[in-house]
Design a binder for this molecule. Structure first.
Ligand SMILES: NC(=O)C1=CN([C@@H]2O[C@H](COP(=O)(O)OP(=O)(O)OC[C@H]3O[C@@H](n4cnc5c(N)ncnc54)[C@H](O)[C@@H]3O)[C@@H](O)[C@H]2O)C=CC1
Ligand SMILES: O=P(O)(O)OC[C@H]1O[C@](O)(CO)[C@@H](O)[C@@H]1O
Length: 388
């Protein structure tokens, strides 16, 4: 079996590539990072270190790579012949890889006349990422091809959970990951008779899983990052050791937990245990996870459908507390990360347009919305405490 995976980065190599290889797939990574692509071609294998007590290492082999810009025709051919296509490139990059996928679908259906179904799974931190990718791909197909693709190509949405921090190994392919992982796929969007990937959980309805993951792991993690950044901690671990930061994140997760329990009927005790496990994962001493990585792309993280504004809106609509979510959003407006283009853009927006217009534009709340007012109130408090 052959898989094409877009994005040979942390999650690509440390999670999706590892599981697919263990499932018996030969993997073609598609990436724009020449050094990584060349190393994968030359060696055909890499090492994953599980950052648990034993620091177990796993060898991933049967891999190669293509440069998704320079090797476009070979990539289209690989997609046309693939048994599975996956991505872990960042949700904002999906539009850039859609052309190659559309080309692969066209070649598969029109030239190879293949009637084999193909699943394309976007493994990104977002609700409906595969569906978003499908929209970008379909925008590049003609009407007849869209109708054929409806029958042969599926884009099941997924939730992926494994903390893979930035890497600092001498070996550019080696990747250290936390031992925990969860990959959940929406079975209702798959073709009947699909071959399950061992380790993947197939569920009839993804929404409770993706919301539980995004509003707990990701909302909690970025709350640590934005407060850690205000307190000038470099790592998540150091920030979690500060009782004020730890208390804040626990309060945020109480707010999102109340939304999740009310909307999806999760058992309250079980959800509390889920939160406790996640807070322990943030504290994993074997992972050096940078605050600037976890807080990266604050404009995306503050956007209406993402991990902050969406649970805050849901909490407000349900008459529940959203104060701590608003405080995290205010801290996000103050996120300073010199190498992060979105953090730079956000700082400039706040400086030129002011916090009020910035929050409306980015988070999508109307100007007099109570959540918006609370974000602005918290922003004033944080700004005068940390910057005056
Ligand atoms: N790192 C983590 O702990 C987790 C990350 N995720 C999600 O996985 C996705 C990837 O994240 P990471 O692996 O951390 O990022 P990363 O930056 O380590 O990897 C992204 C890879 O995509 C490549 N890329 C960028 N543009 C490309 C293009 N046009 N074509 C092909 N490849 C391209 C980059 O060169 C890089 O190798 C994101 O959506 C993230 O939210 C999800 C769960 C955990
Ligand atoms: O990858 P994003 O969406 O920028 O967010 C970073 C988050 O993703 C993770 O890397 C994994 O979900 C977390 O460590 C962190 O919360």
């Amino acid at each position: 079996m052959k898989a094409v995976h877009f994005g040979a980065g942390n999650i690509g190599r440390g999670f999706i590539g590892l599981l697919l290889s263990q499932a018996g797939y030969d993997i073609v990574f598609a990436d724009v990072n020449k050094a990584v692509v060349d190393a994968l071609i030359e060696r055909g294998k890499y090492t994953v270190v599980l950052a648990g007590e034993e620091r177990e290492t796993v060898q991933v082999d049967g891999v190669t790579a293509l440069n998704s810009d320079a090797d476009r025709q070979a990539l289209i051919q690989a997609i046309a012949e693939a048994d599975l296509v996956t991505t872990a490139v960042g949700v904002s990059v999906l539009k850039h890889i859609a052309g190659a996928i559309a080309g692969g679908i066209e070649r598969r259906i029109r030239e190879l006349r293949s009637s084999r179904p193909l699943h394309i799974i976007a493994c990104e931190n977002a609700i409906g990422a595969s569906t978003q990718l499908r929209d970008f791909v379909y925008a590049q197909l003609d009407e007849e091809l869209k109708q054929d693709a409806d029958k042969l190509i599926a884009f099941p949405d997924a939730a992926v959970d494994r903390i893979v921090p930035g890497q600092s190994h001498k070996d550019i392919l080696k990747v250290t990951v936390e031992p925990f992982y969860e990959w959940v796929v929406d079975a209702s969007q798959m073709f009947q008779g699909y071959i399950p990937i061992p380790g993947v959980k197939y569920v009839p309805r993804l929404q409770p899983y993706i919301e539980r993951k995004l509003f707990t792991v990701n909302t909690g993690h970025c709350s640590v990052a934005y407060f850690g950044n205000l307190h000038e901690y470099d790592t998540i671990h150091a920030a979690m050791d500060d009782p004020e930061v730890a208390r804040h994140v626990a309060n945020v997760l109480k707010e999102t937990g109340a939304v999740l329990v009310a909307e999806h009927g999760f058992d309250e005790e079980e959800h509390l245990a889920y939160i406790v496990r996640i807070l322990q994962r943030f504290r994993n001493p074997a992972l050096r996870d940078e605050v600037v990585r976890v807080g990266r792309s604050p404009i995306r993280k503050l956007s209406p459908g993402d991990r902050l504004a969406l649970p805050a809106a849901k909490a407000f609509d349900g008459g529940r507390s959203n104060l701590h979510l608003a405080r995290t959003m205010a801290a996000a407006l103050l996120f300073r990360s010199p190498d992060d283009p979105e953090a730079q853009r956000l700082t400039a927006m706040v400086e030129t347009s002011g916090p009020e217009r910035t929050v409306t534009e980015i988070c999508g709340f109307p100007q007099d919305h109570p959540v918006q007012l609370e974000i602005l109130n918290q922003y004033e408090l944080l700004q005068s405490r940390f910057f005056k």
